[in-house]
Design a protein around this ligand. Structure first.
Ligand code: FES
Length: 107
């Protein structure tokens, strides 16, 4: 189980516990975190699960796949160096305490 803190578009911080191996998107949407649409259900085909990962910990994450990088071209909000798709990041002990900011818009 990994604790991830999401900063919702409103600025509210919500910390959820996510089963290791589940994606951050799955963990957030199943626990009512606001700010992720996840239209495609996690198949890296919609870019509506866009998030900004804490820049200080970016290097701790497995790098994005080619498919994720391609889909990041389609995010609705500003794309930043720390932009990722939350459906492509799996909860794991190494990510304990990670802070993830959700953009103002996903569509
Ligand atoms: Fe569609 Fe992540 S949920 S790309």
């Amino acid at each position: 189980m990994t604790h991830i803190t999401f900063i919702e578009p409103s600025g509210q911080e919500v910390t959820v516990t996510i089963t290791d191996g589940w994606s951050l998107m799955q963990g957030a949407t199943s626990q009512g975190v606001d700010g992720i649409v996840a239209e495609c259900g996690g198949s890296c085909a919609c870019a509506t699960c866009h998030c900004y990962v804490d820049e200080a910990r970016l290097a701790e994450l497995p790098p994005p796949s080619e498919a994720e990088l391609a889909m990041l071209e389609n995010v609705a909000a500003e794309r930043r160096p720390n932009s990722r798709l939350s459906c492509q990041i799996k909860a794991a002990p190494a990510l304990e305490g990670l802070r993830v900011t959700l953009p103002d818009t996903q569509e």
